[in-house]
Design a protein around this ligand. Structure first.
Ligand SMILES: *Cc1c(COP(=O)(O)O)cnc(C)c1O
Length: 455
């Protein structure tokens, strides 16, 4: 046992239910509001965008939700994912810590995103949807959804943020290989895209703009629905299989995490690894710390405001109560494209407000440095997003050394970086820099929110 590196589960031990944290939250979230009337949304308002089963999951208060057999069948292509003891990385850090990571990079798309792409494709298929339209930041979501839709015979159109489309051409190839269509955003295919291009023909795009394009196209096509890879409650729900597996895996060791760490874009991989541990904090008196790590260049959790805001730039999505930098906030072009989003999921926002989780921010260079250290000790090249979690692991290890305290750390390796090597090249060439967002930029961007209801 002492030299064990990987703790596996048998396929038969894979969890059969997702954990719905809404059932256990001490304070419920404020309701989403209709973008036009600013009144609480009814499930019917979402029907043009999502299949009914996902809308039900969005508002469900049931603690456990069955994973359909057909979804389990696809999950078994790569799940259960290994829990790995990072022994070489521990040795490198030389601190009194045991470090584990959940390796979500083993999925076919190389990230945690297929955990929700598969059930989303499945529920659309069950309700007769022929086509799904979505957006993608760094390309992971688009590729994950392309992987998932083909199992259920659904067509896919992806809008990819232009700056990433140019930086990461192989994500486009992956989408095409699995059968999906993909266009850079802003595009001329939608009114939203054309409007942005009119104002700024060189717009690098943003996730908010791409969402506007996808939502517009989905609403105009009666056979199509929209799909989102993060932020929403049902997305976070599907990701909880990560943490539920990890809990089963820890039960095969003598260990249990003191701190659980995940990088943070909209909240899905962080939620996936942390919510099941929050469940044990709330229901069994455990005291694990949960730490969300965002980039300094897009600091919604650490410097944003808790306020109703749109999920997109054009104001087409419902208003959600969340920590936000304002929907017009344009994050610098950092290489962790999947973390360039202005807001945080409503559940994670409420948990942060209630101090059930913590948030911190790290700079780009520190993250890449941590990623390279990890690659040179553990062998796996992490996604630029995941390196933010690894940078925080190093900080936790340093703190444990200073305090002379033993600590068990778990982090989510949300993906590998093999399709992001251009970013590593830029880092090695010394072309990357840290970006600090000024107080003024945040203040100006957040000031625009005053036209919406406050909390
Ligand atoms: C998309 C992505 C993220 C960020 O999104 P979350 O919803 O916050 O998890 C992080 N890591 C990887 C590898 C991703 O693909």
């Amino acid at each position: 046992m002492s030299r064990t590196r990987k703790i596996y589960l048998e396929e038969s031990e894979m969890p059969r239910k997702w954990y719905n944290i809404q059932a256990d939250m001490p304070n419920k979230m404020l309701p989403p509001l209709h973008p036009g009337t600013k009144q609480p949304l009814s499930p019917d308002d979402l029907a043009p965008l999502f299949p009914m089963e996902l809308i039900k999951q969005e508002v469900s208060q049931e603690k456990w939700i069955e994973i359909p057999e057909e979804v389990q069948d696809v999950y078994r292509i790569w799940r259960p994912s290994p829990l790995v003891r990072a022994r070489n990385f521990e040795k490198l850090l030389d601190a009194p810590v045991r470090i584990y990571f959940k390796n979500e990079s083993v999925s076919p798309a190389g990230s945690h995103k297929p955990n929700t792409a598969v059930p989303q494709a499945y529920y659309n298929y069950k309700e007769g949807v022929k086509k799904i339209i979505t957006e993608t930041g760094a390309g992971q979501w688009g590729s994950a959804l392309s992987f998932a839709t083909q199992f259920f015979g659904i067509d896919l159109q992806v809008f990819m943020v232009k700056v990433s489309y140019n930086q990461k051409p192989y994500r486009k190839s992956m989408v095409n290989t699995w059968g999906g269509q993909i266009a850079p955003s802003p595009s001329t295919m939608t009114e939203a895209g054309r409007k942005v291009l009119e104002l700024d023909p060189n717009s690098p795009g943003s996730l908010g703009i791409a969402i506007s394009e996808a939502v517009e196209m989905a609403v105009k096509d009666p056979d199509a629905k929209y799909s989102l890879g993060s932020v929403l409650n049902h997305v976070l729900l599907h990701q909880t299989i990560i943490g539920e597996e990890a809990i089963k895996q820890f039960s095969k060791t003598n260990d249990y995490p003191d701190v659980v760490i995940g990088c943070f874009g909209g909240g899905s991989n962080f939620a996936g690894i942390s919510f099941p541990f929050i469940r044990l904090n709330l229901c069994q008196g455990k005291k694990t710390r949960l730490v969300a790590v965002e980039p300094e260049s897009c600091p919604k959790l650490t410097r944003g405001v808790f306020h109703y805001d749109f999920g997109d730039t054009m104001g087409m999505t419902p208003l959600l109560p969340m920590y936000t930098l304002g929907h017009n906030f344009m994050p610098p072009k950092i290489h962790a494209g999947g973390l360039r989003y202005h807001g945080a999921g409503p559940i994670v926002s409420q948990l942060l407000k209630d101090k059930l989780i913590e948030a911190t921010a790290v700079h780009q260079l520190e993250s890449f440095d941590a990623g390279v250290k990890f690659a040179r000790s553990e062998g796996i090249i992490p996604a630029p997003e995941s390196t933010h979690a690894i940078a925080q692991v190093i900080k936790e290890a340093n703190r444990a050394r200073e305090e002379g305290k033993n600590k068990t750390i778990l982090f989510n390796l949300s993906g590998h970086g093999l399709v992001d090597m251009a970013s590593y090249d830029q880092y090695f060439a010394g072309n990357l820099q840290d970006y600090s967002v000024s107080e003024k930029q945040i203040k100006d961007s957040v000031a625009e929110l005053d036209i919406f209801p406050a909390e």
